[in-house]
Write a protein that binds this ligand. Sequence first.
Ligand code: ADE
Length: 268
Amino acid sequence: MLLDVITIFPEYLRALDVSLLGKARERGLLQVRVHDLRDWATGPHRSVDDTPYGGGPGMVMRPEPWAAALAAVLATGGLAGPGAAPAAREPGANPRLVVPTPSGKLFTQQTAAELAAEPWLVFACGRYEGIDARLVEVAAESLRVDELSIGDYVLAGGEAATLVIVEAVTRLLPGVVGNAVSVTDDSFAAGGMVGLLEGPVYTRPPEWAGRSVPAVLRAGDHAAVARWRREQALRRTAARRPDLIAQLDSGALSDRDRAALAGSDQPG
Ligand code: ADE
């Protein structure tokens, strides 16, 4: 997968050099290019923003530097060197443009899975009050554009949201996470316990601070472990995210599931 990120704070994206993502890049699973929007700013001050029409606080990013930056990135045709993803090399292949914004559609695990199937993503990190709305309108004439919010709070810019989205997407790429099963069992993952939060997890030592690891996890009965984990997931989800329980397909709940949700112990 090829990722292009356009920002006025390229150094903010240094986080992409470390950890899983850094390793995925070293192994050629992922290529990342970070671009400084100011390289496409003109005028004596190379300014990228201006006051909003209609008044109001803050500044709005001007469309011209963005359009020039996008044109330059698109002109690469997704060619990012010898390891470029084949689909991104096809003539005419266009990237999907992601614009993080608090007024976007909510980014979910499902969006992450959708984006993970793309060979080439471009992120446009807005700052201030956002980017002049005409930029997305024009971009959408030739590209698929997703304006995405990572949650109901306001960040100072799209960079942190881009890091969140990139991490959620790239860990779904084959070979990025060492243990592929751990990806499918996560909270919210499609597979494993769909739509439930993951329950508590434990490792050695078996006794610590006067507390024991639950005996069922140490007894080697895999079916009992799976049942216990599902019950824990159901209870935790009911306590912390009742909205997710309300979305569950009630036909998919067993009697045992219902008993866990009711907080009662299952006989046997
Ligand atoms: N930019 C500022 N706040 C944001 C949010 N919640 N999600 C995505 N991008 C943002």
